[in-house]
Design a protein around this ligand. Structure first.
Ligand code: NAP
Ligand code: MG
Length: 496
């Protein structure tokens, strides 16, 4: 059957076997309470699997297994070359299982199969490869000090790392944590989102198959509770979180209430995409602006959800944007032709529709605004665009759906001021043909990533990724991410 057809993937889905148990100490296990939760597909609202609802006993077991493995040095004590080869094998297995993992991700999260096969799964494998390849090349320092001393500065794994991740790129966001954490020699307990636990559960078996020792990589799915339990756990050394700013604030409190575990937060955004009147290519900019908010159903932490467009080019730009938006008509995520899939679940669907209602009251609807494909039983929203004032609720709060706020400005200074007037600072973009303006605006934007004449470029692991202000702390990707999962040690040796 043609792999490029809906029928092929529907057929594969019909025979897919789905594992829903937690993975602890090298084996799949039911929750000790016996509890499960329903894992539902947003494609049609149907039950996919019953998934273990991990509670305190399961979290304790996972953390204890991780600690035992760490203390026994079965992973951290390996020559980095050896860790590298095991991780490379794991990444290879992910690539070999690309179709299966992509299908799980698409069924579970509603993401188009064209994206999961080309971005999510290969991206996760690449992340693991990248850190695997780095780990036998990064060393410590010998630092200047008194002549009678030898001063060493080294990095050591921090111990037990818990990773709590969201549902928009379930496997990829998890890989951005477990890639560097495992490469650095830590044990990991991964808590996937209740909305999308399936790929995390599946890759755990592949980790074991690749040779990652039992206890080094554990997965505890569950509805909110395991995340909190991990963040409060006295034997977790580091909590790496990607998710909402509200939960991020709670996690910092849990760390303060417990053992001051290191907390790394990748949080929300309300990223500005600024189009200046000397934008060199309006068509490209309009296509990128549409992609910035409609790719992945707008369920993007970096979504370009505020389009700041100069008054002189506004009409011309919005015409092009409307054309580009047509490329994101919601369709069946299992169809390889689909570029916009389903919203992850009913809760998120209602949340986005609530924002659209708020938008109708405070702004002018330019495009879309409705739930579609309701007969499918799934959760779909068409690309939606509002013309707004900068202080509108929909222009300030993160929606995490395909809803764009267009804001009009008259001067560069005004655009920068509006762009920075946000609690968030994850990403930003500016379009201009003037090199000086590009650099000056890029410098003045308070954001962890700034794109010039593009949006969402940068699949390479070399770029640190993370936010200013309430978009978080620390960075995923790049060699800098290794710093989060290591402690720095100064060793001073007196010679005489
Ligand atoms: P979320 O509601 O904050 O959940 C994130 C994770 O935290 C999930 O695994 C969730 O589990 C868990 N959790 C919920 N309550 C918790 C608590 N009290 N203590 C500990 N853990 C808890 O966020 P989301 O809705 O999954 O994801 C959307 C958010 O993630 C958006 O704000 C988006 O911007 C952000 N995001 C940021 C980045 C980035 O790199 N900056 C990337 C992607 C997404 P359950 O799902 O099981 O409740
Ligand atoms: Mg799901």
């Amino acid at each position: 059957m043609d792999k490029n057809s809906l029928a092929y993937w529907q057929d594969k889905a019909a025979t897919l076997s789905i594992e829903g148990r937690a993975f602890i100490d090298g084996a799949y296990r039911d929750a000790q309470s016996g509890r499960t939760f329903d894992c539902v597909s947003p494609i049609d609202g149907k039950l996919l699997a019953k998934v273990a609802d991990s509670g305190a006993a399961d979290v304790d077991a996972a953390v204890a297994a991780a600690r035992r493995a760490f203390d026994a040095r079965v992973w951290s004590g390996l020559n980095p070359r050896k860790r590298k080869s095991v991780l490379l094998r794991w990444a290879k297995l992910m690539r070999e299982h690309r179709d299966e993992l992509s299908l799980l991700e698409t069924l579970d999260a509603g993401k188009p199969i064209a994206d999961t096969t080309s971005v999510d799964v290969p991206g996760a494998a690449y992340c693991v490869e990248w850190y695997a390849e780095a780990i036998d090349k990064v060393g410590g320092e010998v630092v200047p000090s008194d002549h009678h001393l030898v001063g060493l500065v080294t990095r050591e794994p921090i111990g037990v790392v818990a990773a709590v991740v969201p549902w928009n790129f379930p496997l990829l966001m998890a890989a951005w944590k477990f890639g560097p954490a495992l490469a650095a020699g830590n044990s990991v307990v991964l808590k996937p989102s209740e909305k999308s636990p399936l790929t995390a559960i599946r890759v755990a078996q592949l980790a074991l198959d690749a040779g990652i020792p039992a206890g080094v990589f554990n997965v505890v799915p569950g509805g909110g509770e395991p995340g909190k339990l991990l963040a409060l756990h006295a034997d977790v050394d580091c909590l790496a979180f990607t998710g909402s700013t509200n939960v991020g604030k709670l996690i910092m409190q849990y760390a303060g209430q417990s053992n001051l575990k290191r907390v790394w937060l990748e949080l929300g955004g309300k990223s500005p995409n600024i189009v200046l009147p000397d934008c060199p290519d309006l068509d490209r900019a309009a296509n990128a602006a549409a992609g910035a908010i409609f790719y992945n159903m707008g369920e993007m932490c970096t979504a370009g959800s505020r389009l700041l467009v100069h008054r002189d080019i506004k009409d011309a730009f919005l015409e092009r944007l409307a054309v580009a938006a047509r490329g994101y008509t919601p369709g069946n995520p299992l169809d390889p032709q689909t570029s916009m899939g389903a919203i992850v679940d009913q809760v998120q669907l209602d949340r986005v529709l609530g924002y659209i209602e708020a938008g109708r009251a405070e702004a002018k609807l330019l495009l879309g605004g409705s739930r579609v494909k309701q007969e499918s039983g799934g959760f779909y929203i068409e690309p939606t665009v509002f013309d707004v004032k900068p202080d509108a609720k929909i222009a300030r709060e993160e929606i995490f759906g395909p809803v764009l706020s267009v804001i009009t400005f008259d001067t560069v200074e005004e655009a920068v001021r509006i762009a920075n007037d946000s609690d968030y600072g994850l990403a930003a973009a500016v379009w201009t043909g003037n090199l000086t303006t590009a650099h000056e605006v890029a410098r003045s934007l308070r954001a962890g990533t700034v794109w010039v004449n593009c949006y969402d470029e940068g699949g390479d692991m070399n770029f640190p990724f993370g936010g200013y202000k309430q978009s978080g702390n620390g960075r995923d990707k790049s060699l800098h991410a290794l710093e989060k999962y290591t402690e720095l040690k100064s060793t001073l040796v007196r010679l005489r």
